[in-house]
Design a binder for this molecule. Sequence first.
Ligand code: AFD
Ligand code: MN
Ligand code: MN
Length: 424
Amino acid sequence: MQIETSTIEKHNQQLIKQHNADVDHLASRIDGVELLISKLVAFQIAVPSWALGTGGTRFGRFSGLGEPGSLEQKIADVGLLHALNQSSGAISLHIPWDIPSDYNKIKQLASSHGLRFDAVNSNTFQDQPGQALSYKYGSLQHVDKAVRKQAIGHNIEVIKHGEQLGSKALTVWLSDGSCFPGQLNFKKAFKNTLESLEEIYAALPDDWKMFIEYKAFEPNFYSMTVGDWGQSYLYASKLGAKAKTLVDLGHHLPNANIEQIVSILMMENKLAGFHFNDSKYGDDDLTVGSINPYQLFLIFNELVAGMDELKMDHANDLGWMIDASHNVKDPLEDLIQSIEAIMIAYAQSLLINRTQLEHAQINNDVTGAQEILQQAYRTDVRPLVAEARLRAGGALNPIQLFRQAGIRNKLITQRGSASKATGL
Ligand code: AFD
Ligand code: MN
Ligand code: MN
């Protein structure tokens, strides 16, 4: 289904009076508010094809009703999101979960919703039906060269799918590692993985990037072969300029200082981009901003500072993606909330007075530095985010409209309650 422009306009009319008053109030206190709003309009966050259905846990899965049962329906869902918020103009596909049967048709469908194809993701953490060799003991790290070859071949195939779609990056997330001490020779596993990545890297088109995602633990519980940003950085720097480190917020050990990691990776021009989510304990894949919005703001503080130093285009020079999974919420509502949280943190970080902050830092004014950061963080920028949506043709309050328009019920009527999204 598609949401009519007139439905969005009607919704906006109901809220416009209060909205305009809120924007005017804020705008009078912010220098360069127009530039800030234009940056918000340009900023787009990709939605992964696997976040449109219910994820479940290893203990069970409670189906979400009206889930997209095909790639076409997943694209339609992201199209709906984008129509509501005008900030999710891209979709990231996981291969082989989402192999298009007809590239041109899929490309046409995506562009009819205003969507482009973001990074493509390979999958060597599961065995597929009919697969010759198993990834039970790893893929790119495997002690058996034949298994490594199979995994390399898969990654190269994923690049080919991505080329057909207009993607410009391959994201490699490996579950490789070991569950018990002694199981693995760490150095051999690293070297095998590097050699495998080198073969994949050699197959990258000139204008492509390789994103190397790290994760501290799970599914392997003793060691992960790309376990932290140091290891990812080592692979990326040995591979070359096209390889960079991808940060997934949930992939750190508790209390890791992610903003510092971001800052250093940017200093080295080795940050690929982000998988946004939130967590309390580990790879919880919760709604962005639901647990620790201040951390998200501090990360954006470093991102904006780093991008400005490198004269990067905020919207296009790094990869922005959500990586979440939904057990109890409607996936579309969850994604609306996640995107809103990202836009808020981005807008707040644009408010930081960088000249004052630098002044406080060189004078060791610790109190002053905190005041400057929190002045931005405690500003309610939601009207500016809504104004950016409004100017781009989106809804002033996407969640409210999603509910008022009964979108989920319409999807259930259309798709039935038993449809199940492909993925994990
Ligand atoms: C993993 C990673 C990764 C991967 C996904 C698969 O975060 O990005 O593609 O989940 O579902 O935890
Ligand atoms: Mn991820
Ligand atoms: Mn994850």
